[in-house]
Design a binder for this molecule. Sequence first.
Ligand SMILES: Cc1cc2nc3c(=O)[nH]c(=O)nc-3n(C[C@H](O)[C@H](O)[C@H](O)COP(=O)(O)OP(=O)(O)OC[C@H]3O[C@@H](n4cnc5c(N)ncnc54)[C@H](O)[C@@H]3O)c2cc1C
Length: 447
Amino acid sequence: MQTPLKIAVVGSGLVGSLLAIYLKKAGHEVHVYDRSPDIRNITFSGRSINLAMSDRGWKALDGVGVGDAVREIAIPMDKRAIHLVDKFNYQPYGQEGESIYSISRGTLNRKMIDLAEHAGAAFFFDQKIWDVTLSDATLHIGESERGEWTEKKYDMVFGADGAFSRIRHRMQRQSMFNYSQEFLNIGYKELHIPANADGSHKLDKNSFHIWPRGEYMLIALPNQDGSFTCTLFMPFEGENSLAELNNEEELETFFKKNFPDSIQVIPMLAEDFFKNPTSTLVTMKCFPWTYTDKIALIGDACHAIVPFYGQGMNAGFEDITVLFEKMQEFGDDWKTIFSEYQIDRKPNADAIAELSYRNFMEMSSKTADEKFLLQKKIEKRFAEKFPEKWIPLYSRVTFSDRPYTEALALGDFQNEIMQNVLKLPDIETIWDSEIVENKILELLAKA
Ligand SMILES: Cc1cc2nc3c(=O)[nH]c(=O)nc-3n(C[C@H](O)[C@H](O)[C@H](O)COP(=O)(O)OP(=O)(O)OC[C@H]3O[C@@H](n4cnc5c(N)ncnc54)[C@H](O)[C@@H]3O)c2cc1C
């Protein structure tokens, strides 16, 4: 049990609200601030980016007893439904019974705030935090950056205020603070597949639908009301880019040619496309994440990643699991808690950033690479035949709570083996033979 402190959490997003529950359960007084209005009172169109929750997310939710409340709003997806231009097939995600879960970000956020309030956290909405005094955990709150600010002093402040965090912004102004930010030349736009008249789903409900096309792709995740939320990822400029889709005609011609089976299920294509904003994708890294025993960053505020592994929120939730482990281990010694927390999490955050970026590269540039496709075929065949010897990287990231650094190392190790295998003579013809199998077994045994 820790000595109760007065703690502020900046950001009532997914990570901030779950953190508030953990801090309340540990006996602290918790105030959560958000610059936006209370998301529970906003008339909501039902449209919002969906998230895929996987093992690490569930572990953090279950760790504080709220997993089942979230399961009520989640839809299991046990496979990918792959829509190619001329064919369609299913690809199971993991072993029998393994699924990732589709959840609407808005619905989840509302639920998390309810749960945190129920646990005793106090929420303050429409409160913009402009600055923080690091040495004494004082927040500076006001209507505008140049207007008047009020001060609120706490024992400790957590910055859970997302990729463009103001709390981090203040930490950045210290010497020895490392920071990098990199945008992809890819934007994303939300589209919508409505439910059938009887409320049923127009596509298979328990699948993550994907229309992979190399540099651009469309995905669709199921909602509980029978609809799907789609996201179109596309380069901003160049061939097959957003810059080429300037009017209804260009848009429809493009979709008819490249996503032919999506046309009949997205009736409001042009309206959605031209009304919805185009958003950007950023990888942000920084260090340190903490300042003495006063300030700590958590979630996207200290590690924003591109979404191609579906792990951003899961990684943020895992930050909380680890922080809580350190709280249990080191009691009131918050300096050590913060220091151990960042030492543990930083390499893992870097690892999932790297894995997510590699996944993007694989999807965008390697899908047309014959050697790469062959490698994936060999790996798949081998993993199916020797599941105990070859854990697919996706499973290690998604259906496991082993550190992301281990997953990255496993990926590198498997890749090294495969580069050797691809050098076998006539590999294109013998790829499904025992020779190849034995070669992989031999290389695995040597390691
Ligand atoms: C297209 C896309 C798809 C994704 N898919 C997945 C997925 O499938 N699975 C997954 O695990 N992750 C996914 N992610 C990542 C996930 O959305 C983020 O990692 C997650 O939302 C981070 O939560 P957070 O609470 O740290 O930050 P945020 O959700 O950004 O919340 C930050 C909060 O802080 C508030 N705030 C910000 N500044 C201030 C301020 N100055 N004062 C007061 N309040 C402030 C904001 O209003 C907000 O409520 C995806 C991301 C994108 C972009």
